[in-house]
Structures are given as structure tokens and as C-alpha cells.
Design a protein around this ligand. Sequence first.
Ligand SMILES: C[S@@+](CC[C@H](N)C(=O)[O-])C[C@H]1O[C@@H](n2cnc3c(N)ncnc32)[C@H](O)[C@@H]1O
Length: 238
Amino acid sequence: MEYLSGSGKAQHVQGMFVRLSKHYDLMNRIMTARQDIRWRQEVVQRLNLPVGSLLLDLGAGTGDLAKEALLLHPDCQCVAADFTLEMLLVGKAKNKQMPIEWAASDALCLSFPTNTFSAIVSGFLMRNVSDIDHALFEQHRVLKPGGKIVILDTTRPVKSLLRPLTNFHLHKVIPYLGALITGDRIAYTYLPQSTENFLLAEQLAACMVLAGFRHVGFRRLMLGTVAIHWGIKPDIPG
Ligand SMILES: C[S@@+](CC[C@H](N)C(=O)[O-])C[C@H]1O[C@@H](n2cnc3c(N)ncnc32)[C@H](O)[C@@H]1O
């Protein structure tokens, strides 16, 4: 598959998550050996949410980050937004007890007013958007001054002695498991491809600074194939 950009990429990504919605959670648990749950917990802990915060889980899919946030902060209000309705419907069905507000919204044109949210999290969204700078700009816009952003995503692995191992996992194990469990080898070939084509962790941090975030930092996980980035929208712009 050639590497797509612009609206072609958005259509491809949406179509893929429509097809994967029913198997998405199971594949996540298997591919990461359940580590994704721990990463989501770390994302939410890094927010240090004050009581009564309004949180946006962007590219929420089936809402696992929103759920984790409510488990840690039952007092917060949580909006889970995504442009693939089928993912949101799976999330809504499995989180009936959770007071999550589900919203159809495109990360490149957020349907929320400026300065709305106390914090924004995203899990495995950013490498899927066709314009990373614009997605960051939109998140900066809807965050309140002083609000925090935390991003969990795969990241382009750096050269290391373990690279053959991570390559084998990305290019052989994941497509094989994806085909076996979901019957969709193409979707699970896209995952390693989008990881290889995504920014290095340092580059994503630089984009966050360019979008206006401050106190930006990151931590690599899973042999350098996953990273958590964080930053703050300053009280005073600049
Ligand atoms: C890999 S899934 C991640 C789901 C969930 N955040 C998680 O941590 O498991 C990526 C999600 O991002 C959504 N997505 C991709 N591009 C988007 C965009 N431009 N606007 C909103 N959602 C988008 C997809 O529909 C999909 O549900």
C-alpha cells in the first residue's frame, strides 16, 4: 500500500477503523501483551486533574482512555470524541455504566469552542491524522490556558541493537496476528507502516512547541516503539 496523505489518508483511516471496531480492543490487548492498559494509566496520572475537570479524549475510539480517567478521577467530566462512529458505538455499548459523553468530531476541525477543556488526552491518534501541526493547533485552541495535553502513540524507533527484534514484532508478528484475529491483514500492515512513517519522539515534541505548548517532554516505552508526550498551554500566550 502506498503511503497516503490528506483526505485520502483520512478516508483510508476511517474505513479501516469501521472494519476493525469489533476486534479493536482484543487486538490491542494481544499486540501489547496488555501493556496498553498500563500506558493509559500513566497518561491519566500525568494529567494531575483538579477536581471537576472537563477532559477531552480525542480520537477516543472505544473510550479506553476516558474510562481510565474516570476510574482515577470519578469527579471529572469526560468527552470522548472520534470521527469513526462505529468505534464510538462499540465504546458506548461496553461503557454503559460510565458517564462518558460521546461526540462525533474531526481532530482537524474540532466542534468545540476555544478554551473549553481542562485537559486533552489522545491514544494512538496522532500518527493517523493527515496534518499533525493542525491537529495540535486545534487541541491548543480548545484547551483552557494552563490546561495539559498528554499524547500516547507509537513512535518511529531509533537505531539500536534491539531494532531487529522490534522490526520482527512490527512487520511479522503484528500483521500475522491481525490477519488471524480480525481477518484484516491490510489494517495490521498499516500499523507498522504508519509507525515507521511517523515522527521521531523529538520531532513530535518540537511540533508541540511550535503549536504553542510549553513544558513539553516525552518518555519512550516498549523498546522505544511507543511514547508518551506531554505539555501545557501557557496562561499567557508566547
Ligand atoms: C488506533 S485508534 C485509538 C483509539 C483509542 N484512543 C485507543 O487509545 O485505543 C485511532 C482512533 O483515532 C480516530 N481518528 C483518526 N483520525 C481522526 C481524526 N482526524 N479525527 C477524529 N478521530 C480520528 C480513529 O477513528 C480511531 O478510532
